[in-house]
Design a protein around this ligand. Structure first.
Ligand SMILES: [Zn+2]
Length: 315
C-alpha cells in the first residue's frame, strides 16, 4: 500500500454550512411572518431562475437586499421565508428571470449563476447555503403554480413551505429529489466517469436519481451497473449535500466493485475508467501532468473521492 498523500487542509462542502434557524414551527403563524416582513432589519436574497442578483459593495459583494429593494429590482414573483438569523427574518424573493438577467447591465449589481458564485467564492458559506435553499424553493414555486390534482391555481401558504389548492383542498409540499453519487472502488483503484457536459479534463463520481420503490443501496448498484457495467456489492454511506440544480439532495456513497470490466453507456457518459490512488491525488490537487482533474471542493464528489484517497480502506 502506498503512503497516504498529503492533500492539505480539508475544504468545506458547498451549499450546506447553514447557520440559519429554519423556524419551521413558526411557518404557520401568519402574524409572526407578517411582523418579520415589516421589520426594517429583514433581508432577502433576490433570485430570478438561475440568476442570483447581488450588490457590489466596494471590492466585496453583498447578497442581501431589504425586501423593498429586492422587489423593485425586477418584476417580483414568489416570496419565501427561509428562516431567522439572530431573530431577524431572512427571505428569498423570486424575480422574473429575464428581468433578473437584464440587471447584468447595472454597475452597482453583480448578477451571476449560483455555480459560478460558489466556485469563485464570491460569498460566505452561510450565504451560499441560504441562497441554495432560496433557489430550490423558488424554482419549485415557479413550476407548481397550479394544483397537480385538479389544475386550478394554487396559493402559496406557510411562508412558501406549502401550496394549497382552494378548489380541491389538496396540499402540495416543496420537493427535493434524491440523487445517489458514488465512488466504486476495486482494490487500489476507483472508477471515475465523464459526462459530455463536464468541463474539459474533469472526471467525477457516477451519479443518478433514486427511483420510486428503490433504496439508496439499490440505486447505487443499479446506476453503477447501468452507466459503467460494474457489478457492485457493499455500499457505505458517506455524507449528503443539498444540490439546488434545480432541487436535489446528493447522497454520497462509497461502493465495493465486484467486477472490473468497464462497459460505458454512452447515452449517459462520455467515458468511464479506473484510476489509481496516486493519479487521483494529483487530480484533487490539480497537479496531474495530463491536466485532468476532479470537481472542486464545493461539490460532494470532491469529498467522496478525497475520503477514499486519504483512507483507502473504504469499501
Ligand atoms: Zn386542486
Amino acid at each position: 500500500m502506498s503512503p497516504r498523500p498529503d492533500l492539505g487542509p480539508k475544504p468545506a462542502l458547498g451549499y450546506s454550512a447553514i447557520a440559519m434557524d429554519r423556524a419551521a414551527t413558526r411557518r404557520s403563524d401568519g402574524a409572526f411572518l407578517a411582523s418579520l416582513e415589516q421589520d426594517r432589519a429583514a433581508r432577502a436574497y433576490a433570485i430570478g431562475g438561475e440568476w442570483v442578483v447581488m450588490k457590489k459593495a466596494g471590492d466585496s459583494i453583498d447578497p442581501l437586499f431589504t425586501l423593498d429593494e429586492a422587489c423593485t429590482l425586477a418584476a417580483p414573483a414568489e416570496r419565501v421565508f427561509l428562516g431567522l438569523v439572530d431573530g431577524v427574518g431572512r427571505f428569498g424573493i423570486g424575480l422574473e428571470p429575464a428581468g433578473a438577467e437584464a440587471l447584468k447591465g447595472r454597475d452597482d449589481l453583480h448578477v451571476s449563476d449560483l455555480r459560478s458564485i460558489a466556485v469563485q467564492g464570491l460569498t460566505t458559506a452561510d450565504h451560499l447555503a441560504a441562497i441554495a435553499e432560496a433557489k430550490a424553493m423558488l424554482h419549485w414555486h415557479a413550476r407548481h403554480r397550479f394544483c397537480a390534482n385538479c389544475g386550478q391555481p394554487s396559493a402559496l401558504v406557510q411562508g412558501g413551505w406549502r401550496r394549497d389548492c382552494p378548489a380541491c383542498r389538496a396540499e402540495h409540499f416543496p420537493r427535493t429529489d434524491p440523487v445517489v453519487i458514488m465512488l466504486a472502488i476495486s482494490g487500489d483503484r476507483c472508477l471515475l466517469g465523464r459526462q459530455t457536459r463536464f468541463v474539459r479534463g474533469m472526471w467525477s463520481c457516477l451519479a443518478g436519481f433514486v427511483e420510486p420503490g428503490e433504496s439508496i443501496e439499490q440505486a447505487v448498484r443499479r446506476e453503477t451497473l447501468e452507466e459503467a457495467g460494474i457489478v457492485c456489492g457493499q455500499v457505505d454511506y458517506f455524507a449528503s449535500q443539498p444540490w439546488p440544480f434545480p432541487m436535489s439532495l446528493m447522497i454520497g456513497c462509497h461502493v465495493e466493485a465486484l467486477s472490473t470490466d468497464v462497459t460505458v453507456d454512452h447515452s449517459e457518459l462520455e467515458d468511464a475508467r479506473w484510476f489509481n490512488r496516486e493519479e487521483v491525488a494529483s487530480m484533487l490537487l490539480r497537479r496531474h501532468p495530463g491536466g485532468i482533474m476532479t470537481p472542486p471542493p464545493v461539490a460532494i464528489a470532491h469529498h467522496i473521492i478525497r475520503a477514499w484517497v486519504e483512507d483507502p480502506g473504504r469499501a
